[in-house]
Write a protein that binds this ligand. Structure first.
Ligand code: DQA
Length: 157
């Protein structure tokens, strides 16, 4: 039994296609492989993992709001909504749990429209370019942030 709420790992559009989607960019790991890796990382750090994927922006908003109640921290790969969604930014700002932004690829090294991230404005930090390993790193960071807040509760992230 963990002393801390679970980390919610939230995934945005088209990430359900991992494994077949542009493998030269995203590799061959499937989302199920990444989910398994996240559960392993959670077990190493003594937290449960709730793993979700949706292709719908509003559903991601709902999942962020739920995480605000039920998670100790959020790890989020917002996929293309990273670069477009003020709604996701507002949702992350509206919940009192830390968020870590994760990308498989390195968006800043790709097309110019991938360089800006709305989500980064509400994230404690971002991890990009390490493939699936980024999720494990994100979970480690999220747990550290959550435990630091548990030990020294302060308003803010
Ligand atoms: C991504 C990068 C985004 O620019 C892209 O739209 C994605 C995946 C990544 O994990 O590298 O769908 O978030």
């Amino acid at each position: 039994m963990s002393d801390i709420k679970p980390v919610h790992v939230l995934n945005g559009p088209n990430l359900n296609l991992l494994g077949v989607r542009e493998p030269e960019i995203y590799g061959r790991a499937t989302l199920a492989d990444i989910e398994a890796l996240c559960h392993e990382a959670g077990a190493r750090h003594g937290v449960g993992i709730v793993f979700e994927q949706t292709n719908h922006e509003g559903v991601l908003v709902d999942l962020i709001q739920r995480a605000g109640q039920e998670a100790c921290a959020i790890v989020i790969n917002p996929a293309a909504y990273t670069h477009t969604s003020i709604a996701l930014l507002d949702a992350l700002k509206g919940v009192d749990v830390p968020a870590v932004e994760v990308h498989l690829s390195q968006p800043a090294a790709r097309e110019p429209f991938r360089a800006p991230s709305y989500v980064a404005r509400a994230a404690s930090g971002s991890i990009s370019g390490f493939g699936p390993m980024g999720y494990a790193l994100g979970i480690e960071a999220a747990v550290q942030l959550a435990r630091a807040r548990q030990n020294h509760p302060v308003k803010g992230k």
